[in-house]
Design a protein. Structure first.
Length: 185
């Protein structure tokens, strides 16, 4: 938080305060008398701040700034699941992500890889909480979702990995070992 002080005497100083609402009650923050104040971010929740001018000279005003708020949100966490981890070609395999926490700018990005360990590639345009895995080619495919969060200090974790096995459609043939036999043969 940054204060801009204009006017006042050369004796003017500042005092930052915190409160639980925009109208207070206000509590002085010990040692917070500079032009800038770094709000603590170790605990989630919303805290309001203002700064007071302290000017002991005769006739000088001692205004308070308007209230500012800082909201600390928990870091994002994401998990994924797949409804059908094994399908045949043309089957349906829908992946779902559950996102908790993160800032108001948090988003998701689905990724795929040819191997459990990567390399991971963003799937263009797939940023929703669900993703329909393609099933037009047989094979074993790996997916995860990564969190994108531009909020200050916000975590950007990756989910665990899920796999989808796409099997070729079944075929069957039959043979007979003796097409012509005698009675009891």
């Amino acid at each position: 938080l940054t204060a801009t002080l204009t006017g006042g005497s050369t004796s003017a100083t500042l005092q930052w305060q915190s409160g639980t609402s925009a109208s207070g009650p206000w509590t002085d923050i010990n040692g917070a008398t500079g032009v800038t104040y770094s709000a603590p971010t170790a605990v989630t929740g919303q805290t309001f701040y203002r700064v007071n001018v302290i000017d002991p000279n005769s006739g000088c005003a001692t205004p308070s700034s308007s209230a500012l708020s800082v909201t600390v949100v928990p870091d994002a966490q994401v998990s994924v699941s797949v409804d059908n981890p094994e399908v045949c070609i043309g089957g349906n395999a829908t992946l779902s992500a559950v996102l908790t926490g993160g800032s108001s700018s948090v988003s998701l990005q689905w990724q795929n890889a040819p191997d459990l360990g990567g390399p991971w590639t963003d799937i263009v345009g797939e940023t929703n909480t669900t993703y329909a895995a393609p099933t037009n080619t047989a094979g074993l495919f790996y997916y995860r979702v990564r969190v994108v969060d531009s909020g200050s200090g916000c975590a950007t974790p990756n989910s665990s990995v899920v796999s989808v096995t796409v099997n070729p459609d079944a075929t069957i043939s039959a043979v007979v070992n003796n097409a012509e036999v005698c009675v009891g043969g």
